[in-house]
Design a binder for this molecule. Structure first.
Ligand code: BGC
Length: 539
């Protein structure tokens, strides 16, 4: 890819998500780091992706593994130095890979200097105005909101002598106080943060909890259906789909959400759009916005706001041709209105890995490969999550090794099972993850030897070899156009034509006849029929 290409490269890129703690460990402490990523960039080049998104590596106490930022303008020593970040960017660009970093604007860490100052300054101070502090006279939290990670979204702070006690809002963990975006100081601070990283050469930002930031101004109670208590409302945002994709869009459409998706948030993204536009290289913003409908997602990608938003409806859809077709047509319909192009994603660091979601074992893997190939055939940009190219499944992490804050707040297993460090080589842990000899921060299963990059690279039938073939085919077919025509080939079959390409996915268990054409790439063995749980591209 030509990095000087200003021409909306992101509309068709394949972006690989690096979960920094779990990708590659250079210093041997059992936790991934920036030099580890740099050392593995040639692997990503060879895999055939165009860009990478790196989860937060800034100074952080790691209560939510970096999504609790104490200093937005520095690298946590656990992951390296600013010099290591510069080196990573330079090497990636040398290899033609663009780099997107994570931005966490909804909340800071409670260790951030602003929050520490707010605690010290007391009620009524301008320091407390940077967060959402409220009084409560009856000893209860100021409203009925629940944290995404379980329990009340408010924590009471100790009052100093003669002070009134206050509560602060945290839609996530109590160590992640929400910022007050109605205070202009907050917006100014984030503009500086954007500039800091743009000046260092990042190609864009993945914006965490982009639908948060503003809450309804009077912080009124969430309206609940009769008989429901706030506790019985399923957690709705980014934390929850780990145990179940429970936040199905349908369920959420029914709910009152005074804490999410307020109209004021769009002014923030218009301002950021203008900040990015001053830089060369077509830099981007991509929203992580768990909105209730495709239409409200489309609002984030209007021409003067963000370039992309994650389209979680593909990931939340059941294994069914009908469900996938609905997602595809709904997505195109919503985005057409604003002239944006779609994104597709099947796995990330917050959800159960897709082979496991599709039932696990050989069938889960066959379905996962088929869903991936179908996704890669769609116009738009695709996001891959580290380890999916190895066919990794969700790991059942033993309770004593779980670190997800939602586990501590709810007793539910949480998201650690999709964050197990990658196996690179060898026949025992840490499988080349780092130079150490013991288990990494989350222990790897002892039966992962056949899944290492080294083992799979040598096997043309492996999932890794399949991903390389699929990504190479995608590059070859890059000229196939932005429009698709849905085809009717049977109830269990999803099929569409995109220029000269026909993509067919068989979600059923019986083989179906293949339309005419030469096989470009397939997710599993095909003959003149397409077996169940298999996808193919024909030309
Ligand atoms: C991230 C999660 C994180 C949460 C709070 C989400 O969008 O993807 O991993 O726990 O935001 O920052």
């Amino acid at each position: 890819m030509d990095l000087n290409d200003q021409n909306e490269w992101w509309r068709h890129s394949v972006c690989y998500q690096v979960y920094v703690r779990s990708f590659a460990d250079a210093d041997g402490d059992g936790i991934g780091d920036l030099p580890g990523i740099t050392s593995r960039l040639p692997y990503l080049r060879e895999l055939g992706v165009d860009s990478l998104w790196i989860t937060p590596f800034y100074t952080s106490p790691q209560n939510d593994h970096g999504y609790d930022v104490a200093d937005y303008r520095d690298v946590d020593p656990l992951f390296g130095t600013l010099g290591d970040a510069d080196e990573l960017l330079a090497r990636a660009h040398d290899l033609g890979l663009r780099v997107i970093v994570d931005l966490v604007p909804n909340h800071t860490s409670d260790r951030h200097e602003w929050f520490q100052a707010a605690l010290a300054a007391g009620p009524g101070s301008k320091e407390r105005e940077r967060y959402v502090f409220r009084d409560s006279t009856d000893g209860n939290p100021p409203n009925n909101w629940q944290s995404v990670f379980g329990g009340p979204a408010w924590t009471r702070v100790e009052a100093g002598p003669g002070e009134r006690a206050q509560w602060y809002l945290h839609l996530f963990d109590s160590t992640q106080p929400d910022l007050n975006w109605r205070n202009p100081e907050v917006g100014d601070m984030f503009e500086d943060v954007l500039t800091f990283w743009l000046d260092r050469g990042v190609d864009g930002f993945r914006v965490d909890v982009a639908h948060g930031l503003f809450k309804v101004e009077d912080l009124r109670d969430q309206l609940l259906e009769e008989g429901a208590t706030p506790d019985s409302v399923p957690a709705n945002s980014t934390g929850s789909p780990a145990s179940s994709p429970a936040s199905s869009m349908v369920e959420r459409t029914m709910r009152d959400e005074p804490m999410w998706d307020q109209p004021e948030v769009h002014d923030v993204y218009r301002r950021w759009h203008d900040v990015l536009a001053k830089y060369d290289g077509d830099r981007i913003l991509v929203a992580e916005a768990w909105t209730q409908t495709p239409e409200s997602m489309a609002n984030f990608v209007r021409g003067d706001e963000m370039q992309q938003a994650f389209n979680f409806s593909w990931l939340l859809a059941d294994w069914s041709a009908e469900a996938f077709a609905e997602v595809i047509t709904g997505t195109f319909a919503a985005l057409e209105a604003v002239g944006a192009s779609p994104t597709w994603v099947l796995s990330n660091h917050d959800v159960v890995r897709h082979p496991t979601r599709y039932g696990g074992g050989a069938q889960g893997l066959a379905r996962a490969r088929a869903a991936t190939l179908t996704m890669l055939g769609l116009p738009g940009s695709s996001y891959l999550y580290e380890g999916e190219e190895l066919g990794l499944e969700q790991v059942d992490v033993a309770a004593e090794h779980r670190e997800d804050p939602s586990w501590f707040r709810t007793g539910e297993p949480g998201r650690d099972g999709c964050r197990v460090p990658l196996p690179w080589a060898g026949d025992h842990p840490p499988y080349g993850f780092g130079p150490g000899t013991g288990q990494p921060w989350i222990p790897q299963p002892t039966d992962w030897a056949p899944l290492t990059v080294e083992a799979q690279a040598a096997d043309p039938g492996s999932t890794l070899s399949f991903y390389k073939r699929a990504l190479a085919a995608r590059r070859d077919q890059a000229d196939t156009g932005e429009h698709i025509e849905m085809l009717e080939l049977g109830t269990d079959v999803l099929a569409f034509r995109r220029g000269p390409l026909t993509v067919v996915l068989n979600c059923g268990s019986e083989a179906v006849p293949l339309p005419a054409g030469e096989v470009v790439v397939a997710s599993g063995p095909v003959t003149d029929t397409l077996p169940g749980d298999t996808a193919v591209w024909l030309r």
